[in-house]
Design a protein around this ligand. Structure first.
Ligand SMILES: [Zn+2]
Length: 320
């Protein structure tokens, strides 16, 4: 028997087949239809699900259930997606029931970052971990927390939003209404935006200036590469982002003491140029009462984590 996991993204929808042991089978993806209506989006999701089932010569009778990982805000218990970045018409959509009706299968809805963390826990960087935290360093900072093998949702389904942990009292204003949130200091997007502002305000001597003038914008990769080439400002900006990330990781350890904190997303492409200074800061900021025991490492499933994790959530929900 199998479960289907669907990762619904603002630009791409992906489905995967996963067996009870966590082995992933067929994968199929297609662009998310962004210029129609919710029924069109559901149509695309159903097509991706049907493709992976048929590709293995199976029918719906071989499928136990379907898990859907969706960007938020969502209500997991009500199966509703309240809003979706990039797709304005996806507001207040009863996605769980629409997909269930279309496929005639039981469906469970989950936040995409939670689903990705669960995917890593089941078949990625979470091997032999009981408690795992995942941070995605993209446009914002997404996160998921797995405790004792279960996704932490909180009493109001608002738990595990580590990107909005306040690190700097009265700091940078965040889209969430708070100030000084972790994502304003560590996401690829905001690191680049902060650097751009800094160069425009008081132009210091930096190689980033020429890149900004030529391209009209800079991204986290430009900063990483300029740092590697010895640019002082790039090094300072990169180090500041890594410092705050380490601070966030230490706070996570104090609250949850997980086996592992795994990172993914654009900035992790820098590899050891991110992880080496991150571990340095982490060890230095960590309390001295015990040695750091939580491992900070790279996630291993890449962009498949969300769909695999969504299937895992379906197994957890409908497997018995
Ligand atoms: Zn925030």
């Amino acid at each position: 028997m199998w479960c289907v996991g669907i990762d619904l993204g603002g630009t791409f929808t992906k489905a995967v087949l996963v067996d009870r042991a966590g082995n992933a089978g067929e994968v199929f993806g297609l662009p998310t239809p962004t210029d129609g209506d919710p029924a069109g989006v559901v149509e695309g999701m159903a097509e991706a699900a049907n493709r992976v089932v048929e590709a293995r010569g199976l029918s719906h009778r071989d499928v136990v259930g379907v898990g859907v990982g969706s960007p938020g805000p969502i209500s997991i218990s009500r199966g509703i997606i309240y809003a979706m970045p990039n797709i304005p018409f996806m507001s207040n959509v009863p996605l769980r029931d629409m997909v269930g009706k279309k496929l005639d299968l039981p469906v469970v809805l989950e936040n995409d970052a939670n689903a990705a963390a669960y995917g890593e826990y089941l078949c990625g960087a979470g091997e032999e971990a009981r408690d795992l935290v995942m941070l995605t360093l993209g446009t914002g900072v997404g996160s998921g927390i797995i405790i004792d093998g279960k996704i932490l949702h909180g009493s109001h389904e608002l738990g595990g939003e580590l990107g909005h942990m306040i690190l700097v009292p009265g700091g940078e204003p965040c889209g969430c209404g708070q100030r000084g949130c972790l994502e304003r200091y560590c996401s690829a997007h905001y690191v680049a935006a902060g650097a751009t502002r800094r160069i425009r305000e008081a132009p210091p001597p930096t190689a980033l200036r020429a890149i900004l003038d030529a391209k009209g914008s800079i991204d986290a990769k430009d900063i990483h590469e300029a740092r590697k080439a010895g640019d002082k400002l790039a090094a300072e900006i990169w180090d500041k982002a890594v410092y705050y990330l380490a601070l966030g990781c230490v706070n996570v350890c104090r609250i949850l003491d997980p086996d592992r904190i795994v990172l993914t997303g654009g900035m992790t492409r820098a590899g050891e140029d991110l992880f080496a200074p991150l571990r340095d800061h982490f060890f230095r900021l960590h309390w001295s009462l015990t040695k750091p025991k939580t491992e900070v490492s790279l996630a291993s499933l890449g962009s498949d984590a969300g769909s695999i994790g969504a299937a895992g959530v379906a197994w957890q929900t409908f497997g018995n």
